[in-house]
Write a protein that binds this ligand. Structure first.
Ligand SMILES: [Zn+2]
Ligand SMILES: [Zn+2]
Length: 391
């Protein structure tokens, strides 16, 4: 054992689709040559954390207990934050103890997708991000091995082990600790929305963009569509406060699906823009919204699915109509981003006032994670960020 620490441990859910989390003491056994020991400062909560700790044991390879969390900002344990200087793995080249780092997803860095700068489609993505490993942490109370290295990091822990592949060194990009906390969630949700518009939607000033669902991914997409000067940006949600924020970020039209006058998304879009949307970003995973968004996409338009639908759901497409429409229907993980490029770009945009994530982040003490989950679920907060107390 090299350290004891506090972590939010996810046990097998006792109620369907409800995460069963508890703050527990865990022990860290060690770290590999390509890894490092890090003190966590702040971690964003993302839907993936909730979804992948709400499924029954065995579904999509998930086992418990596990530690999720994948939007961390940490310092490799070093002189700046902790009084004990510890080591980084011997193969680690991009950071030194004491450097501030921002965490993103894991990729193997050697497969064909990784070598061609598409690490979000890495051969090892599911194993290295969703499943992780069992050889690093165990629970202090009953010495059970814990599935950790979630997204190469399991950042719902005060101190944890991170893979170098998940790390972006931000030593030369961050001015102070407050910025470090604010920028914690750049590595997943905001990056996904940004990349969906820029890398997959290939949006230009000629595009009409439709964004369904206004969590961090949807808001990242709106801010990016505005930066790219898309001619119309239609934001769709059922929470009024989110629609108001979307307008302040650059949405030119809004559709409130909770409005009594709302019938179908297809009709609502056509009423605003008769030709429909040339780029559609779907983040809700709700089957009717998915189907209507596809319909509302113009000929040759690009429909991009990000929200995870019910696991058995299949989209039915009339292929003859599809051929004639020339539409693309695409999946999207992490906006097809390379985090080492995407994160500095978003930090630049934040500094110039074009990516105002300070309007979207709300801080919670890490022990108050249940409050954060409640506010995320009812739409009161867009991006909850847990703050870890460092001793
Ligand atoms: Zn790979
Ligand atoms: Zn995420």
């Amino acid at each position: 054992m090299i350290a004891k620490t506090q972590a939010i441990v996810a046990r097998e859910p006792t109620e369907p689709l409800k995460p069963n989390w508890a703050m527990e003491e865990v022990t860290l056994g060690g770290f590999g040559d390509d890894e490092m020991l890090v003190d966590m400062i702040a971690t964003g909560i993302c839907h993936t954390d909730i979804v992948l700790s709400s499924v029954p044991a065995g579904a999509i390879g998930i086992a418990y207990p596990k530690i999720v969390g994948h939007e961390g900002i940490r310092n490799p344990v070093g002189v700046e934050l902790a009084s004990i200087v510890r080591e980084i793995g011997k193969n680690v080249k991009t950071v030194q103890p004491g450097d501030p780092i921002l965490l993103s997803f894991y990729s193997c860095r050697t497969c064909e997708q990784c070598r061609t700068e598409h690490p979000a489609y890495c051969d090892q993505f599911a194993k290295g991000n969703y499943i992780g490993r069992q050889d690093t942490m165990e629970t202090a109370s009953d010495s059970q091995p814990v599935w950790s290295q979630f997204f190469g990091q399991s950042s719902f822990a005060q101190t944890t082990v991170a893979s170098e592949a998940s790390v972006v060194n931000v030593k030369n990009l961050i001015k102070n600790l407050d910025e470090l906390k604010l920028l914690a969630p750049l590595g997943c949700g905001f990056q996904t929305g940004m990349g969906a518009i820029q890398n997959i939607g290939l949006a230009t000033p000629n595009d009409v963009v439709l964004i369904t669902g206004l969590g961090a991914v949807g808001m990242g997409a709106i801010m990016t569509a505005k930066i790219l000067k898309c001619k119309s940006i239609i934001a769709v949600d059922r929470v009024k406060s989110r629609l108001e924020i979307a307008k302040s970020l650059g949405a030119t039209h809004i559709i409130d699906t909770s409005d009594s006058a709302f019938t179908t998304l297809y009709e609502a879009v056509r009423r605003l823009i008769p030709l429909g949307a040339s780029v559609a970003i779907e983040t809700t995973g709700v089957p009717t919204i998915i189907e209507q968004s596809v319909q509302a996409t113009t000929p040759r338009g690009r429909f991009i699915q990000i929200g995870v639908p019910p696991l058995q759901y299949e989209l039915s497409v009339n292929l003859t109509q599809h051929i004639n429409s020339g539409r693309s229907i695409m999946g999207c993980i992490e906006g097809d981003c390379v985090p080492e490029n995407a994160i500095p770009q978003m930090i630049d945009w934040y500094r110039s006032g074009n990516f105002p994530i300070d309007k979207l982040v709300e801080y919670f003490d890490a022990t108050d994670y249940e409050h954060a989950l409640r506010k995320l679920k009812n739409g009161e907060t867009i991006k909850p960020v847990l703050i870890w107390e460092q001793s």
